[in-house]
Design a protein around this ligand. Sequence first.
Ligand SMILES: [Zn+2]
Ligand SMILES: [Zn+2]
Ligand SMILES: [Zn+2]
Length: 369
Amino acid sequence: MADEDDQRVVDALETLVSITEKSGNLRKDLRTDILETISVLRKVFSQLKSKLKNANEESKKLQNEVSNAKESMARGGDSRSERQVAPSLDHAQQSPSGEARQVLPPAGGRRKLYAEAVKNEGTRQYRITLKAKDGTLSTEQIKFQLREHINPTNIKVGIQAVRTLGDKGIQIETGSEEEINKLSTEISGKLGERLEIKKHTLRKPRIIIYNVTEEITTENITAIIQAHNPEINDNGEDIIAKFRYTNKKGRYNIVMEVGPKTRLQILQTKLKIGWEICNAADYLTPTRCFRCCRYNHKSKECRGEETCPHCAGKHKMKECTASASEQKCINCINFNRYNKNDKINENHSALSRDCPSLKARTHKVQEQY
Ligand SMILES: [Zn+2]
Ligand SMILES: [Zn+2]
Ligand SMILES: [Zn+2]
């Protein structure tokens, strides 16, 4: 399941919860019914997701086996392995992009690398913030409510930390995404009427692999990386190829979504892809303003108008009432305004990673290396 789909379902359920909560004259029993139903939907969705994940893992294993088998067939009696051959190609394949990891793009100001972005986060990747809906509960009372109604052991969730955020509520941290999902579902089911739950999600790092040949595609690159780079093969993290595009050398760059361990391994090893060593770097995206959603400046320097990233309306994101199907991207709308003959899709959130305007700009940033 694509992350965007995933996020859309989560958002849609979130919207239902918030609409239900806002409608003050809704009968209390109806409200409870709706919230309970949403909680059931969340559970089912999370189960479906984990089934899908298992199926994907299974298929990846099979792919891997096929690719290993092909490899050993191709090698035949030759005892030389590609791994012995590949390093000698290293020098020839070295391109200036090998420096990309350390270099920040010249334009657009200071940009954080993923490592920097996550450094301050430590292991605190899976967190929720709880706030009293009507502001009447103190943080102590919120904690009391949690102790009364939620038993982490029963739902098999390990709590790693509970922090008080002044009068802004409390933050809870768990060790995995699955646990934070379970906990959110449990809290929204039992205390959803009183507490506002906000989930923090940390995006997975993206890596760009430079200059692969035409035969390397988004379909086969994961299996090829795993077959040729044993250290990356078995760390339990997913490697998902997102898209491929042609570069100036007439070859291809591929953008992959990986876990943090895989990211480090890819950046620190000589990545072997087929017979070649490929350069890889963090896939950096251009700065986007939180206020107006336009690129290449920050909200502090913004001279534009407040623009909602979900619907392109002139309001803050938290005031947005647009549904997932009503999403509009201001950057793509603007592009289409000036490119009437070559229109791109504008029906997505300006925050979407698949936004064509974002992709075009990101490629420009990457090509500077
Ligand atoms: Zn702005
Ligand atoms: Zn909006
Ligand atoms: Zn867009």
